[in-house]
Design a protein around this ligand. Structure first.
Ligand SMILES: C[S@@+](CC[C@H](N)C(=O)[O-])C[C@H]1O[C@@H](n2cnc3c(N)ncnc32)[C@H](O)[C@@H]1O
Length: 219
């Protein structure tokens, strides 16, 4: 039987987005946008990125933290998080450092990405010591649609409630003091460019059951 898995050029391009995301995050962390003690293991050296990029990643990381916090507040730590297209995301270790470590944490990505991540984890004691679950990998299907269409897709998949926001809306929903702190970190000439970038990405939240029905931006 032929077990060789081959990737298309498109797959390769998708996989490469992880390198880019990791480098962008490391750059933003180094500039003080947010704290992440683990990103250094996954991107060794990075060139400085444009302020628009740094700010975009800040909004993305902050918004994810916001919803994960709300989720864990409601269900406690006896829950499961599945990180689809996890790349080299360090969320697992960041949660381990809080009182919000979750019962079961599963990460999915292309096998080559997961293999690289496992290799990096095995070589770094600080990462390895905190691992209590095995990483797994499985291919999925990419979706890139308008926020309303994203929400509709999630409803069609069986969720009871689904909402999606473009990242410009997410940025504006972040606490004013956070935005002011981040805006003071770097000058931004191209506000329109940042807005265009932010409109290209979306954050979707889909839930089942009353417990999570009120999850919202800045709730
Ligand atoms: C832009 S990166 C983001 C990585 C990480 N979530 C983060 O925020 O840093 C997108 C990730 O999704 C993964 N991905 C995209 N489509 C996928 C698919 N169909 N199956 C598995 N992984 C996928 C890519 O390999 C890549 O690691």
């Amino acid at each position: 039987m032929n077990n060789i898995i081959s990737w298309t050029a498109e797959d390769e391009a998708i996989i490469a987005t992880n390198t880019d995301a990791t480098e962008c995050k490391r750059c933003a962390v180094e500039l003080g946008y947010w704290k992440d003690d683990y990103i250094v293991y996954f991107a060794k050296h990075v060139d400085r990125k444009a302020p628009e990029i740094n700010r975009g990643y800040y909004a993305r990381v902050k918004a994810m933290e916001m919803f994960i916090h709300q989720f864990l507040e409601r269900c406690g730590t006896k829950c499961q998080i599945i990180n689809l297209g996890c790349g080299f995301d360090t969320l697992y270790w960041k949660l381990k450092d809080t009182t919000q470590a979750v019962g079961n944490f599963i990460e999915l990505d292309f096998p080559s990405v997961v293999a690289k991540k496992s290799h990096i984890i095995k070589r770094n004691k600080q990462l390895l010591e905190k691992i209590s679950n095995e990483d797994r990998a499985t291919p999925g299907e990419p979706h890139r649609r308008e926020p309303a269409a994203q929400a509709a897709r999630l409803l069609a998949a069986g969720f009871e409630s689904a909402r999606a926001w473009d990242m410009d809306t997410v940025w504006r929903a972040l606490p004013e003091e956070d935005r002011a702190r981040v805006e003071a970190l770097e000058m931004l000439d191209e506000r329109e460019l940042l807005q265009q970038l932010n409109l290209h990405y979306a954050l979707s939240v889909a839930t089942r059951g009353e417990l999570f029905a009120d999850l919202d931006l800045n709730a």
